[in-house]
Design a binder for this molecule. Structure first.
Ligand code: SF4
Length: 317
């Protein structure tokens, strides 16, 4: 089955995504999924979402893609326990050492190698396959050719983002820690879990400092080129037929930090586009105009949120 998976930054967003045709929703528990708390769910909300998903024959996946310290491993496994009991379909994990532990303790859960694991090549994917993972999330710097290579070389199921970055080959999701150096405010919760605000892998979220203007200086010398660290990824359309043809199992719409209205419209759009392709129609021209509108809304919301994060980081530093 080909699955359309949507973001659930809030319970409302997740339920709207189901209404607009998502088969599956991914959510993050507060403090465990690399996002600000405003875009993560409480355990009570996750329980309610799983209950409602099951009533509709749908599915919930839990993004728990942080890097626990040795003292947090027990809390990490304990965190997953109720989600497995309630009937979540799987978890997204990025720490390779923890994958065999999750596999052993929760055999009923599918394990997704989160994009933040930063896989580089098919050999990496073979490594995660041996550890017991089921899915690999294709890095959004990759394209159709890389996905086809993995499809040929590995039995892993594929999860493709519905967006890509134009800085292909340069940025590796999950391997950037620059925000962690910029500002770290720390507290430890009642489960002995550290929260370094500003460090996505360690219980906080990235401040997107790649999005501000940088200059490169050493003493009196200033490099003439201002580095552009990251471009804004764009929603994907034209590659959809090729991904379907190669049998990509899961299509992932990102955007837990977007508005529920925009996410609902994007889910509705991709539901129709995916059904169109699955019915044997590879021509996507009829979707182009709506896609352009959604891209503009996507970029507008992204820019607003990222600018706001930088301001918040500066105030907190
Ligand atoms: S600073 Fe930019 S590249 Fe680095 S983790 Fe954050 S969003 Fe990604």
């Amino acid at each position: 089955m080909t699955v359309l998976m949507a973001p659930g930054g809030t319970l409302d967003m997740a339920l709207r995504a189901f209404e607009r045709g998502a088969d599956s929703v991914f959510v993050g528990p507060k403090g465990w999924s690399r996002r600000p708390a405003s875009d993560e769910l409480t355990d009570a909300e996750i329980g309610e979402l799983i209950r409602q998903a099951k009533l509709q024959g749908k599915d919930v996946r839990i993004a728990i893609n942080v890097m626990p310290a040795p003292s947090e491993v027990d809390a990490f496994l304990a965190k997953i326990e109720p989600y497995a009991e309630w009937g979540a379909g799987g978890v997204m994990v990025c720490d390779p050492g923890l994958i065999p532990l999750v596999r052993k303790r929760f055999p009923q859960l599918e394990i997704h190698v989160s994009v933040t694991a930063g896989v580089f090549n098919t050999e990496d994917i073979g490594f995660y396959d041996e550890l017991g993972a089921d899915y690999v999330v294709l890095p959004y710097r990759w394209g159709v050719a890389e996905a086809e290579e993995i499809r040929r070389a590995s039995p892993m199921k594929l999860e493709a983002f519905m967006f890509q970055t134009s800085h292909r080959g340069r940025i590796c999701p999950g391997r950037c820690y620059s925000s962690s150096y910029f500002h770290v405010k720390h507290f430890r919760d009642e489960d002995a879990k550290d929260h370094f605000v500003g460090s996505a892998s360690r219980g906080g979220s990235c401040y997107r400092i790649c999005r501000v203007e940088w200059s490169l200086r050493s003493g009196d010398y200033q490099h003439p080129q201002a580095p552009t660290l990251k471009s804004s990824p764009e929603l994907l359309l034209w590659e959809l037929p090729e991904y379907v043809a190669m049998g990509v199992e899961r299509f992932k719409i990102p955007g837990r930090e977007r508005s529920p209205e925009l996410v609902a419209d994007i889910v509705g759009f991709y539901r129709r586009a995916l059904d169109h392709v699955l019915a044997g129609n590879p021509n996507m021209c009829g979707f182009a105009s709506e896609w352009e509108d959604l891209k503009a809304r996507w970029t507008g919301e992204r820019t607003g949120r990222d600018d706001d994060r930088v301001v918040r980081a500066e105030l907190a530093a």
